[in-house]
Design a binder for this molecule. Sequence first.
Ligand code: DAH
Length: 345
Amino acid sequence: MTNLPLDAFTAELQRLHAEAGQVLTAVADDTALELARVTFLGAKSGRIRQVQKGLGQVAKEDKPAAGRQFNAVKTAVEELFADAQQRIDAGASPGAVEAVDVSLPGTPLRLGRVHPLTQTIRRVAAIMGYLGFEVVEGPEVEDQWHNFEALAIPAEHPARDPLDNFYISVAQAAEPLLLRSQTSTVQIRVMEQREPPLRIVSLGRVYRPDTADATHYPMFHQVEGLLIEPGTTMAHLKSVLRSFASSFLGGDVHVRFRPSFFPFTEPSVEVDMEWNGRWIEMGGAGMVDPAVLEAVGYDPDVVSGFAFGLGVERIAARRFGVADIRDFYRNDVRFLEQFSDRGQV
Ligand code: DAH
């Protein structure tokens, strides 16, 4: 019997395809999926099977074309079924992509922000930039010359104890390297390469095997400052630190020096800043020791300068009112998102 025109067969196939598409992109659970399977792919009386029967009624010369069309639609429906099954197995909602309603109000965007320690580092660098200090960087893996010897910390000094440093044994190296324990290393690296006058500041990570507690962490950050100019005095040091503190903390901040000792400065001081009626320890400072100037090839009779080293976590904790520096490293967004980075220097 050859009484089915090719056009009619093609139209029937298209209808089947469209219906299967509608049903299979909307099914939401296993029961609906099984019903759709029986309806379209059922072996005895499924829609595909029925359309296939019509193939026998198409004129002989149209059979190859009709057969190709039929196979294409059959494969397409089987694919629609497989997609629906995958979607239901994955627990997604029906027609997820097709169902996007562009007229719905949007969900709020969560804006990221700069980590409070990075904010602090950028702010310190900006303020020191206004004071004429150039930002420089140094390596975090250092040799003993730059971390100790050139800074007048000799071999027997307790600061070099293996228990207080992260030494790295390097095959065939004459001496072990270490993760730098202070950013004072950068003073040496810059002075070795340049001639005075110098005004530099270096901000970066340092490492010490300390047990983590509210004020210690095995990795933390320091700001190192160095100024080398003829006629430099402690008064210059104090006024630079005071200008810095006033800009950083806001208001008229007082700076206090307490006598101290560092091998690479003479005299040496601890620096405190008064903020909100309290004295806060910020770090160490002093006039660069003549032995350090000699170590880098400067003439201590001609050249003088000051240096200082401040703890970034410490000044960030004071400024933001954070009691435990470990909070800076926990990466808890609820904590970190409290530090707005807008309106900053
Ligand atoms: N490097 C010292 C430390 O880590 C801090 C320091 C003190 C740096 C005095 C200086 C300085 O530049 O002059 O404890």
